[in-house]
Design a protein around this ligand. Structure first.
Ligand code: SAM
Length: 228
């Protein structure tokens, strides 16, 4: 287990509806065994479980209690909203129409996550594990997802970390989908092309696909990787 400090983290989580659009998940795909890497305080696991689907999420923040994470959300919530308001022109205000609506959607998602966390920990649905090493068997999952972690934080996380993380996701799942492919600044990630070519050399099938979700401007593509 890593010794991350909660005071260094800004918890921010998306809803199941956003996950379905970000990863272009079909109704059939919801029935697959799914791993959510860097799941954080998203409500994907909580909402999927409530509907009878199977998701395991892993993230180092699951070492903290729901109360501890909730306190950190309260402390940082306004900072995130003000940050988005300061650069509103970098977002598409269509499905989500204003920073206030974004705040409501994200808070509703995080509340669902917090309410589900204690039960989910007991049921081993939230695991304190982190990339680039996962405690799962080879192809234990049909699908591994990663939202707003890989490529997003390309300024902080090296190309080596990205490649090792994607290869580990490919080891534990038959298919991997990563969203978005832009950095938090909206610029392309410099790691995308080298990671794609390394995967191709290792005989993975790799493609960039458009998805029906665009909140950060021009950020509407996933990287999809399959074992051949
Ligand atoms: C911006 S959040 C994204 C949360 C969620 N996937 C979503 O899109 O709503 C990024 C998450 O990455 C997690 N994280 C940081 N280092 C990690 C690692 N090495 N492996 C897995 N997750 C990590 C953080 O704790 C945080 O919850």
């Amino acid at each position: 287990m890593s010794f991350i400090k909660l005071k260094n983290i800004i918890p921010w989580g998306r809803s199941m509806d956003e996950y379905v659009k970000m990863f272009n998940l079909t109704p059939e795909e919801l029935g697959l065994t799914i791993l959510d890497c860097a799941g954080g305080p998203a409500s994907f696991n909580a909402e999927m479980t409530a509907q009878g689907y199977k998701v395991i999420s892993c993230d180092p923040i699951y070492q903290f209690t729901a109360d501890e994470i909730d306190n950190r959300i309260q402390d940082t919530y306004q900072i995130v909203i003000d940050g988005v308001k300061a650069i509103q022109e970098y977002y598409v205000w269509q499905n989500i129409q204003s920073p206030e609506e974004m705040a409501e959607i994200r808070m509703a998602a995080m509340r669902k996550f917090l309410a589900d966390l204690p039960l989910g920990i007991n049921e081993n649905r939230y695991l304190t594990d982190e990339l680039p090493v996962l405690p799962f068997g080879t192809h234990q999952f049909d699908l591994a997802l990663c939202s707003h972690f890989l490529f997003t934080y390309s300024d902080q996380l090296s190309e080596e970390f990205h490649l090792a993380s994607v290869l580990e996701m490919c080891r534990v799942a038959k298919e991997v989908r990563i969203f978005p492919l832009l950095k938090i600044s909206g610029e392309p990630s410099p790691h995308l092309k080298p990671v794609m070519s390394e995967l191709q050399q290792r005989h993975y099938s790799v493609e960039i696909k458009q998805v029906p979700y665009e909140f950060q401007k021009n950020s509407n593509q996933i990287l999809r990787i399959n074992s051949m």
